[in-house]
Design a protein around this ligand. Structure first.
Ligand SMILES: O=C(CSC(=O)[C@H](Cc1ccccc1)CC(F)(F)F)c1ccccc1
Ligand SMILES: [Zn+2]
Length: 157
């Protein structure tokens, strides 16, 4: 579970559309999940997407925890989300601070939907449909952008 090299701004892999995961029980996918969780923890991230460690799969980790910008952020078990999507969202957008392990040294105020209904498959291959809001919804939208080659600086105001 060695933490992996993080692709930096300018690396073309960050601008590609990632490929859907075909077999969730593929050992390559399961080890990518373990490596992403280790990397997020080591780099103190609240999320990380597979393209950031140069694996162009539709897979990311959401690992919300309280931090200096979001002291009341929920503490959660790092969760792998495969082939994720937004099913519906509210109208309201909220601006919030974001950073990115692939864009070090920058912070930006990014508008995100406050409430979203999402689907994803978990690492056991189960289909999940969830309502997310607040900081976790923000992380989900930030990571989903990574799977579509979008970075928070493209949206920062
Ligand atoms: O922990 C970070 C470091 S940046 C981070 O964790 C990114 C995720 C993220 C941070 C803030 C808002 C949404 C997503 C991780 C990335 F780059 F892999 F996606 C943080 C930065 C700003 C606000 C709150 C927390
Ligand atoms: Zn990011």
């Amino acid at each position: 579970d060695a933490p992996l090299e993080i692709a930096q701004l300018g690396n073309d892999i960050l601008r590609r559309k990632a490929q859907s995961v075909e077999r969730i029980d593929d050992p390559k996918i399961q080890s990518a999940i373990d490596n992403l969780i280790a990397t997020a923890r080591l780099k103190n991230g609240v999320g990380i997407a597979a393209p950031q460690v140069s694996r162009s799969y539709r897979l990311f980790i959401v690992a919300s925890r309280p931090n200096e910008r979001y002291p009341d952020a929920p503490e959660m078990e790092p969760t792998a989300m495969l082939n994720p999507g937004i099913l519906s969202h509210g109208e309201e957008r909220v601006k919030g601070w974001e950073g990115c392990l692939s864009v070090p040294g920058f912070r930006g105020l990014v508008p995100r939907y406050e409430r979203i209904e999402v689907e994803y498959w978990d690492r056991q291959g189960r289909h999940n449909v969830r309502e997310l809001s607040g900081f976790i919804a923000r992380i989900f939208q930030h990571e989903l952008d990574h799977l579509n080659g979008i970075l928070f600086i493209d949206r920062a105001e």
